[in-house]
Design a protein around this ligand. Structure first.
Ligand SMILES: [Fe+2]
Ligand SMILES: [Fe+2]
Length: 187
């Protein structure tokens, strides 16, 4: 497996969590009581796996190499496209956390902001992942030199090794949530 293939696999895992975010949001919409602890687990996965683990690898390993080696076009696509979208994702999650706190304090109308930010995040990430899978990653695989690809692979797998514990923790959260909502028949 190459470093880029590894990141494609991570996209699949992130998309599995996006489905759960939609399920939870729909439960809120239907008036079911919000499980704050459960929501915190979702946010933990998003912040530590989707953002920190995955986006960090893209930003610090893949995108850096693309900008360096592929010139102004790659720089524009990445800086004004991919990196801006990573930041929008962070903004949605920050606002989602604020809304959760506000609901905890009794403001029922915050449920609107929870649903809005959670669903906007899923839409953003779905589109973002699609773009990376179909355009950005393919562009990198096609244009980066063999030598750069070898360095990229080794940096990606070294990163995995150093962050294995955190990755396993996030995968356990994902599986637990999938099990719960599958058993409920809503996933
Ligand atoms: Fe990305
Ligand atoms: Fe990605």
């Amino acid at each position: 497996m190459t470093g880029i293939e590894l990141m494609r696999e991570e996209h699949k895992e992130i998309k599995r969590m996006l489905k759960i975010v939609r399920v939870i949001s729909y439960k809120i919409l239907k008036g079911e009581e919000l499980d704050f602890q459960e929501f915190n687990r979702v946010i933990y996965f998003i912040s530590n796996y989707a953002d920190n683990h995955h986006h960090k690898k893209e930003e610090e390993i893949l995108f850096d190499k693309m900008i360096e080696e592929l010139g102004p076009l790659a720089k524009t696509i990445i800086k004004s496209g991919m990196l801006v979208e990573h930041d929008f994702g962070r903004l949605y999650i920050r606002d989602l956390k604020v809304a959760l706190e506000s609901l905890k304090k009794g403001d029922e109308s915050s449920k609107l902001d929870i649903i809005a930010n959670a669903i906007s995040y899923t839409h953003l990430l779905e589109r973002h992942i699609d773009k990376e899978d179909k355009v950005i990653y393919k562009y990198a695989e096609r244009e980066l030199s063999k030598n750069t690809m070898t360095i990229l692979d080794s940096e990606c797998f070294k990163y995995e090794e150093n962050n294995l514990e955190e990755k396993n923790k996030c995968m356990a959260i994902l599986k637990k949530l999938e099990k719960r909502y599958s058993e409920e028949g809503v996933l």
